[in-house]
Design a protein around this ligand. Structure first.
Ligand code: ATP
Ligand code: MG
Length: 140
């Protein structure tokens, strides 16, 4: 295992319910460290570009509407095996299928409004981090 970095978003359903601290606590308890963090309100074009890989999926419009519906917290997480570890702590996309104790099992409202995003591999982690953060914003 190696020290790795991944990209995380606390989504608008979670910031609306003031769950930022509870979600960060779960990430930290799971062995990840927040090495960069910023609260932003994404522009529509920014959300469309971020989720471009999903643009042919039927839920794309709904997903972009949701991601610009309120503030989000973009973060870089660091830890051993951080990409897989973060996805374990998040739980399955659909909260009904997420393992007990995971962020999505405890907090997500639906498959769309599911509280968090996490990169799905080393390439996407690198791209997604660079999309929101300069190297100098990240302090490990
Ligand atoms: P994320 O990329 O947000 O970490 P994920 O990798 O678990 O989640 P993806 O398949 O990449 O899931 O889908 C991206 C996001 O699109 C999901 O987190 C969810 O917000 C939304 N989404 C996925 N499937 C559906 C669906 N069937 N209906 C509505 N929204 C969906
Ligand atoms: Mg994904």
């Amino acid at each position: 295992m190696a020290l790795e970095r991944t990209f995380s978003i606390i989504k608008p359903d979670a910031t609306r319910r003031n769950l930022t601290g509870k979600i960060v606590a779960k990430l930290e308890e799971g062995g990840l460290r927040v090495v960069a963090s910023r609260r932003i309100h994404m522009a529509r074009r920014q959300a469309e570009a971020f989720y471009a890989v999903h643009k042919e999926r039927p839920f794309f419009g709904e997903l972009v509407d949701f991601m610009v519906s309120g503030p989000v917290v973009v973060q870089v997480l660091e830890g051993e095996d951080a990409i897989a570890r973060n996805r374990e702590i998040m739980g399955a996309t659909d909260p009904k299928k997420a393992a007990p104790g995971t962020i999505r099992a405890e907090f997500a409202e639906s498959i769309g409004e599911n509280s968090v995003h996490g990169s799905d591999g080393p390439e996407t982690a690198k791209e997604e981090i660079a999309y929101f953060f300069a190297g100098s914003d990240i302090v490990g």
